[in-house]
Every structure is written in C-alpha cells, then in structure tokens.
Design a protein around this ligand. Structure first.
Ligand code: CMC
Length: 378
C-alpha cells in the first residue's frame, strides 16, 4: 500500500469510486450520470432527476409514472411523528428539526433489510416523499398552526410550496423551485455526502444515513451558506457598501459567503442557472434590491479575488431565488436537504453495492508512554 501525505480536509484524495456525478472545476462542468446539468435544468424535473441519480438511468415513461405515483402516495406523516414535532421548541433551527424527524423515521421503518430491493425502493420513496412534508409541517407548527396535508393532485414542487404557504403556487414559481431542486440534487463527494457514505458503510438504516447527512449539511461552510448570504446582503445594505465590505473581509481574512469552492475555480455552473432563474422571477414579481448588491459583489470579488479562483458558488444566488419565492431564510438549508436527499440516497445505494466500512488512518502527533499524574499532583 502506498503511504499518502496528510492533506487537511482530504483535499484531492479519492474517497470512493462513483458513477453518479462528475465535476470539472476548471471548466465549470457538472454532470449527473453523464448528463450536463444545463440539460437536466432545461428538460428534466426533480423526480425524474432523482430517479436518474438513484437508479442510474433515465426512467421510461411507465417507470417515471410509477415512481411519481409511489412518492405522491407516501407524502403523509404518521400522526406520531407530527405529535413528536409538536414538542419541538418553535425557536429551534428547522435543520435540527429535520434531522430529528429523519432519524425518527427509522423508529417506524427500520428493518435494515439491505439486501431486499423492495426495502431499498420503499426507503427511497419514503425519504423523498416525507422530507418535504416534514419541512413544511415544522414551518406551520412553529407558527402555532396545524400542518397542511399534502395534495395528491399537485406535483412534487408545487405541493411543497402549497404545504409551506397554504396557497397553490403559480406554475412559474413551481417550475423555478423544481429547477432549484434539480440543481442541488447531487454534487460528488461533498461533506454531507461523505457523511452519508460513512454512515451507510456501517450498514445502518437509510434513515440514519440521511439524518447524519442532514446534520452535516447544516454547517455554514456547507449548506448553511445560502442563509448566511442573505444575512450578509442585509448587512451590506446598499451597492455603495459592497466594495468597502469586501475589502474589509479580505483585510480581516474573513470568508465572503457564497463565494469560493473546493472544486470550482470558475463560476459554479449552477450559480449561472440560478442567476437566470432569479432574473425570471424579478421580471414576473418585481425587482429585489439585494440582486443589485449581489451583482456588484460578483464584480468586485472577481476583481479582487478572481486570481485565487474565488467565484460565486451555488449558494450565492439560490438564496435570492428562495427569498423571492417567499421561503423563510432559515428554511433555505432544509430546502437544500429536500433536494440533496436524492444524491445521498444514490450514494447510499452505490455504497451498499460494494461496501467496505470506512476506516481511514491517521498520523499520530501526540506523545508516548506518558506518566499518569495523580489528581492531587497536577
Ligand atoms: N472569501 C474570501 N476568500 C476565500 C473564500 C471566500 N469565500 N473562499 C476561499 N477563499 C480564499 C482563502 O482565504 C484562501 O486564501 P489564501 O490561500 O490566501 O489563504 C484560499 O481562497 C483557499 O481557501 P480555502 O479555505 O483553503 O478553501 P477550501 O477549499 O478549504 O474552502 C469553502 C472552500 C467553500 C469552504 C470556502 O470557499 C468558503 O468557506 N466559502 C464561503 C462559504 C460558502 O459559500 N460555502 C458554500 C460552499 S458551496 C456549497 C456546498 O458545498 O455546500
């Protein structure tokens, strides 16, 4: 075995072999199962994309209809899960609520029959179906309202927006939200997916796999960045303040939220599509002053940090789109989780196919044969 040097954050070190997605960070390419993300954003939808990621190929018409039908009919939550959610503090973060709910599914459906294709299929369907319902239910419950039951006559994305706002969304809003889900569904071995794979490799149940990934996604350096972008735009407040804000961040060595990526050294292709979606929303529903600030930020960051390969990542424009769709800021990351569940499940399945428990090594930097000092002498 070749002994590798230690690389902080495992940068550049392959952790698996995978055929699920591909990123070329120099050329700004993202493909799911070989299909460019731009094509999927234009022609596919989230459920078809989830099928593609998880089962490895685009579904035929009847396969897609069956998958959609199954997901539609598993959207409801058991009343015990809703009762559990009623005990959550309304001030708690929705990602913590979602992580608890995802883990709780394991209490109801945990057979761990990982060699049974029916169990695998049911777990995929349940998780894709119920996670949006959990996010929407928590939102209504923390305001003191009863959750809204899902509507079987609405598609996946329209139904989520309906459960969240109690109003049927117009088709453009539902379509744009669906494209957002497609764009966030998968992104190779990022932190939450790695977390899902490590958990999967122990052969625990898929609900624990998704719960561990949700916990990892919650951090501000990962999925939590889209929420931080909005706080940053609020703090900047005007186009004139952009340059001083960025210069201050650079001087203080503070990260500018929504910029930079471990893999992309050019503008993230998803950010380009999201920016276009944001513009479509502003044409239909009116301008957002944050958009002007965002565009100015992109220019100034390009000028001052472009030489380091710091460009907008997926989180920079996604928050602006979600804001315009009326989604509360602290639900941005749970929305990311709804989408990324497809990628986590694809990696869970792939991990099971050729499983070996993750057990990396370390470079020990401590002492040896140290003296045990009795407590009174320390
Ligand atoms: N603002 C200013 N400088 C930056 C930024 C940024 N956002 N990101 C990286 N840099 C600089 C960094 O200071 C360092 O400079 P130097 O070499 O002079 O010390 C250089 O670029 C390399 O940075 P790094 O921290 O070693 O890069 P990394 O690959 O470890 O971190 C990152 C990647 C995404 C964690 C980081 O860019 C970051 O913290 N960005 C802000 C948070 C964010 O937007 N996160 C969402 C990531 S995309 C979605 C996801 O994966 O969930």
């Amino acid at each position: 075995m070749t002994v590798c040097e230690y690389r902080a954050g495992l940068e550049g070190i392959p952790a698996t072999q995978s055929s699920i997605s591909f990123v070329d960070g120099q050329r700004g390419i993202l493909e799911y199962r070989g299909i460019p993300i731009e094509k999927l954003a234009e022609y596919s939808n989230f459920i078809e994309t989830a099928y593609l990621l998880i089962w490895g190929e685009l579904p035929k018409k009847d396969e897609l209809e069956l998958f959609e039908h199954e997901i539609t009919h598993h959207r409801r939550l058991k009343y015990r899960i809703r009762d559990m959610m009623k005990c959550f503090p309304e001030g708690g973060h929705p990602m913590d609520a979602l992580q608890a709910c995802a883990a709780a599914l394991g209490l109801f459906y945990s057979r761990r029959a990982l060699d049974d294709p029916t169990y695998i299929r049911a777990a995929v369907v349940r998780l894709l179906a119920k996670i949006p319902t959990m996010v929407a239910a928590f939102q209504l419950m923390r305001k003191g309202n009863d959750p809204v039951q899902p509507r079987d006559d609405l598609g996946y994305s329209a139904n989520f927006l309906y459960m969240l706002t109690e109003e049927e969304p117009d088709p453009l809003a539902a379509h744009i939200f669906d494209v957002c889900l497609t764009l966030h569904a998968e992104h190779t071995i990022n932190a939450s997916t790695f977390s899902a794979m490590v958990t999967a490799s122990t052969l625990t149940d898929p609900y624990a796999v998704v719960a561990s990934a949700v916990g990892t996604l919650a951090g501000p350096l990962h999925g939590g960045a889209n929420e931080e972008v909005i706080f940053m735009l609020e703090e900047i407040g005007s186009v004139e303040n952009v340059r001083p804000y960025i210069e201050h961040c650079i001087e203080k060595k503070q990260k500018i939220m929504g910029f930079g990526h471990r893999v992309y050294k050019v503008k993230d292709p998803r950010a380009t599509i999201l920016q276009d979606l944001a513009q479509q929303l502003f044409v239909k529903y009116g301008e957002d002053k944050f958009y002007e600030i965002a565009v100015e930020m992109e220019q100034v960051v390009h000028e001052l940090l472009g030489h380091k390969g710091i460009y907008p990542n997926v989180d920079f424009y996604s928050g602006l789109v979600y804001r315009k769709l009326g989604i509360p800021t602290d639900l941005f990351t749970p929305v990311f989780a709804i989408s990324r569940t497809a990628g986590w499940l694809a990696h869970w399945k792939e991990q099971l196919n050729e499983n070996r428990i993750f057990r990396p090594t370390q470079i020990y930097t401590g002492t040896h044969a140290a003296a045990y000092i009795p407590i009174q002498d320390r």
